[in-house]
Each structure stands twice: as structure tokens, then as C-alpha cells.
Design a protein around this ligand. Structure first.
Ligand code: C2E
Ligand code: MG
Ligand code: MG
Ligand code: MG
Length: 294
């Protein structure tokens, strides 16, 4: 059913795509197949969090990582979330995947805390607003992060996507306020692509924004892109928010972002999403470089 999965995920990305007749059946079948396979993957510890470096654009120094969900297949292929999360969006399975992500993220942070090379690194976890609104979100987080070697919440970041469905604003603000009280930083992900960026910035207890890749993509090639990024940074600055640019692939993009006042970035130019062990080696290698004579 892998071909199906690829096909249906491509369609689902269009957003406005409509299914007719037998296609509806095939869509439902694909969805069911993905859910069942994900269910077993969860039970058999078959999911993975890959880590992508987030760097200070001033010198390329890693400051942390974003955890990105991956689903390794028996074939050796590693599926990215866009090819399977659509099938569980409004499903309790999404909640369980979210819990797995948080539990795994917390254990990564806990391991880092005892290693000098990694102790200062932040770890950003993507959380859906659906998960956030579940009762007891912070309490179950505390259970995972507490104990004999509690996780330093100052190292934990959450990334939430601004969408129209952030309509249950009151509940979201409540839980984000609880996160803030613990010292967790919250970033608005894919910033600028949603419906109500400005009102989110003024109403939500957030600490930073992530500029979506689509704005960064042409920043070194089109002046309109630069104006857009400048406007986005201009929106975040008065609130004192940190700004992270996504999807940096060329040095010229870094130069422009720096000039426009964007402090942090991530993208293939610096590092691709990689397994946790590789990230550890990547950071260590970077720090080794740092000590070389100029
Ligand atoms: P996102 O949070 O905006 O993550 C950034 C996406 O950009 C990632 O895609 C990353 O691999 C990709 N990316 C990073 N640098 C570059 C670059 O230089 N060039 C290009 N072309 N792409 C780059 P990915 O891993 O496929 O994730 C897609 C989306 O899936 C994420 O977007 C996030 O919204 C969602 N997601 C990922 N992990 C989780 C998770 O654990 N929980 C939830 N709820 N959503 C997740
Ligand atoms: Mg993200
Ligand atoms: Mg993003
Ligand atoms: Mg995105």
C-alpha cells in the first residue's frame, strides 16, 4: 500500500482536492491501512525522532535541534510526517503519537543534560493544537519530565502551527501559560502562513516565531521575498520574540537573513534531520572545529 500512501498524501496536500466515487473508498482504505500500520509501529517502537540542528546565524554555532517525526519502513525507506500524519489528524492515534513524541523528546533532553557537549542544547518538539487542548497536557508532561533526574524545562521548546483551528483560543492560551510558568518556550511554527499572525502574536503567550521555508526560499533571489521576511521580523521584534528561519539551503540566504535581523536558522545548509546519535556526533565535530587554531 506504499504507492497508495504516496499518492494519497500528494492529494491531501492540495487541500481542496475532492474525491469521487471509488476514490473515496480507496482513500478510506489507504487511511485505514496507514492507521493500522502506525498502530503496530507505536507498539513495536517503530517510530523515530530525527534531529535537525538549529544554529546561531552569526557564526553557525548549534544552539539546539528540532525533533522531526520519522517512520522507518522495512524496505529501508524513512517516511516523513506529511506522508502519514494526514491519516490520523482527527484520530485518538494522533494523541498517542504526540505522547510518544513528548516522551521520546524528554528522554533525549535528559540524556543530553549529563553530557557537557550537549547540556546547553535546546530541543524543539512539534505539538498539535489538538494535543495541547487535551485535559492534563502539562500534568502528564510533568510526570514524564520529573523524577529523580528532572528535565530542565528551559531547554524544552514547543512549536505550534498557527491555523484557523487555533480557534479554541482560550484553552490554548491557558495551557501555553502553564508551559510558560514552567519555563518552556513556545514558538509559532510556519509563521506568516496562517490566518491571524498578528492577533496570535499579541494574544498568545509565545516566545518566538519560525519563518516558513516558503518565505526563505527566494530571499536571495527576489526582493519581494526580502520585503516579506522583513515584515515578518518587524512583526515579531516589538514583542521581543526570537526569530528562527527555516529551510536555509544556500549561504546567500544566510547573509540576507542576518542582514534583516534574523538571529537563528535551520536548513540543509547546516544539517539535515538525522538520527539522535548522528546529531550528537555532529555537535561534537562542530565543537572540535571550534577549538582549531584560527
Ligand atoms: P515543520 O515543523 O515546519 O518542520 C520543518 C520541515 O522542513 C521538516 O519537514 C524539515 O525536514 C524540513 N526542512 C528543514 N530544512 C529544510 C531545507 O533546508 N530544505 C527543505 N526543502 N526542507 C527543509 P518534515 O520533517 O517533513 O516535517 C514536516 C512537518 O510535519 C513539520 O513541519 C511539522 O509540522 C510536522 N511534524 C514533524 N514532526 C512532528 C511531530 O513530532 N508532531 C507533529 N504534530 N507534527 C510533526
Ligand atoms: Mg516545526
Ligand atoms: Mg515550520
Ligand atoms: Mg512546515
Amino acid at each position: 500500500h506504499q504507492a497508495d500512501m504516496a499518492m494519497y498524501s500528494a492529494k491531501s496536500e492540495g487541500g481542496g482536492y475532492r474525491f469521487y466515487g471509488h476514490e473515496i473508498d480507496r482513500h478510506q482504505q489507504a487511511r485505514r491501512a496507514i492507521r493500522e500500520a502506525l498502530e503496530s509501529a507505536l507498539q513495536e517502537n517503530g517510530l523515530a525522532l530525527y534531529l535537525q540542528p538549529i544554529v546561531d546565524l552569526a557564526d553557525g554555532r548549534p544552539v539546539g535541534a528540532e525533533a522531526l517525526l520519522r517512520w522507518p519502513q522495512a524496505s529501508g525507506e524513512v517516511l516523513a510526517p506529511d506522508s502519514f500524519l494526514w491519516a490520523v489528524h482527527d484520530d485518538p492515534l494522533m494523541e498517542r503519537i504526540g505522547r510518544w513524541v513528548i516522551a521520546t523528546g524528554v528522554s533525549i533532553l535528559r540524556a543530553w543534560q549529563s553530557e557537557s557537549a550537549l547540556a546547553e542544547m535546546t530541543l524543539a518538539l512539534n505539538v498539535s493544537d489538538w494535543e495541547l487542548r487535551k485535559k492534563g497536557f502539562c500534568e502528564s508532561l510533568d510526570q514524564l519530565a520529573g523524577g529523580e533526574h528532572p528535565v530542565n524545562y528551559a531547554r524544552l521548546h514547543f512549536e505550534i502551527v498557527e491555523t484557523a483551528s487555533l480557534s479554541d483560543r482560550k484553552e490554548i492560551v491557558e495551557v501555553l501559560t502553564q508551559c510558560a510558568a514552567r519555563g518552556i518556550s513556545v514558538y509559532l511554527d510556519d509563521f506568516g502562513t496562517g490566518y491571524a499572525s498578528l492577533s496570535h502574536l499579541s494574544e498568545m503567550p509565545v516566545n518566538g516565531v519560525k519563518i516558513d521555508r516558503r518565505f526563505v526560499d527566494q530571499i536571495d533571489r527576489a526582493s519581494q521575498s526580502r520585503s516579506l521576511v522583513q515584515a515578518i521580523i518587524g512583526m515579531a521584534e516589538p514583542f521581543g520574540h526570537a526569530v528562527v528561519a527555516e529551510g536555509i539551503e544556500r549561504p546567500e540566504q544566510t547573509a540576507w537573513l542576518r542582514q534583516l535581523g534574523c538571529r537563528y536558522g535551520q536548513g540543509y545548509l547546516f544539517g539535515r534531520p538525522m538520527p539522535a546519535d548522528e546529531f550528537r556526533a555532529w555537535v561534537t565535530a562542530w565543537q572540535g572545529q571550534d577549538e582549531l587554531p584560527a
